[in-house]
Design a protein around this ligand. Structure first.
Ligand code: FE2
Length: 261
């Protein structure tokens, strides 16, 4: 087997686009949700490339970052076609399904064993709340690149949605009620303590806004944190929170952390 050290994965990019087009063509009703996943993948890929270039990675790690970013959501197509939802809880774990598809399609057959291991781990773990303890540092770093890049682009999608730029779809905000009186105390506590909040603690759309702001505390690279602030998506999402209790304190602290008012 030839060991490939270059950062050129254009062959994989072409394959992914063909695969995505083939899967999209199977959608009889509305291909828009799947089209969005193609754009999401391309953006995550570009962000991951930037992050990987900003740190000192081995060639294997850099290549694994690019491949894992490109393939991280490849299961979204089959998931949606089979279950009509992107919610893992109501369908399947799309990270693990992605690993299965990568193996089934022999996408990593030409890669070295180290790259294969890193890519499969990063794809399989990209959608977990946290990485498992004991994961080797080299793999952790690759997984963190994909997870950071994923968060940065989800934030863009959420900002478009929550600011009314995109047609409002309750499913995008996990069908949470847009009810100012409903507030998840644990979400606010996490924000005030500088921790990432958990999905299971959400009670309303405003909680979701806070949760997205707390993602700042779960970024692992300087360039990710810089982009999180510079993009301005989080600040826009947080500014729409009520200034008064119970959200006022979390709103103020998070915006201050992001350098916004
Ligand atoms: Fe994903």
């Amino acid at each position: 087997m030839t060991k490939i050290f270059t950062n050129d994965i254009s062959f994989h990019e072409q394959w992914f686009l063909q695969y995505a087009a083939r899967e999209c063509a199977k959608e009889q009703e509305d291909p828009a949700p799947l089209d969005l996943k193609i754009r999401h993948t391309q953006t995550v890929f570009a962000i991951a490339r930037r992050i990987a270039a900003s740190v000192s990675f081995t060639p294997d790690q850099t290549r694994a970052c690019l491949l894992a970013a490109l393939y991280h959501d490849m299961a979204r197509f089959e998931q949606y076609l089979q279950y009509r939802t992107f919610k893992d809880k109501e369908s399947c774990n799309h990270g693990l399904l992605g690993v299965k598809i990568l193996k089934r399609e022999a996408r990593l057959a030409e890669e070295g064993a180290v790259v294969q291991r890193m890519v499969l781990a990063a794809v399989g773990l990209h959608n977990r709340f946290a990485l498992p303890a004991g994961l080797p540092d080299k793999i952790c770093r690759v997984a963190h690149v994909v997870r950071d890049a994923d968060k940065l682009d989800i934030l863009r999608i959420m900002a478009e949605h929550l600011s009314g730029q995109a047609p409002y779809k309750p499913t995008v905000v996990l069908n949470l009620p847009d009810e100012p009186a409903l507030c998840g105390a644990a979400v606010l506590k996490a924000a005030v303590e500088g921790r990432v909040a958990a999905y299971c603690e959400l009670r309303s759309v405003n909680d979701f806004r806070v949760l997205l702001g707390t993602w700042f505390f779960d970024l692992h690279f300087q360039s990710s944190r810089r982009q999180f602030i510079e993009d301005g998506h989080a600040a826009r999402i947080l500014t729409a929170l009520p200034d008064a209790p119970p959200y006022g304190t979390a709103r103020k602290l998070l915006l201050k952390r992001l350098g916004a008012k």
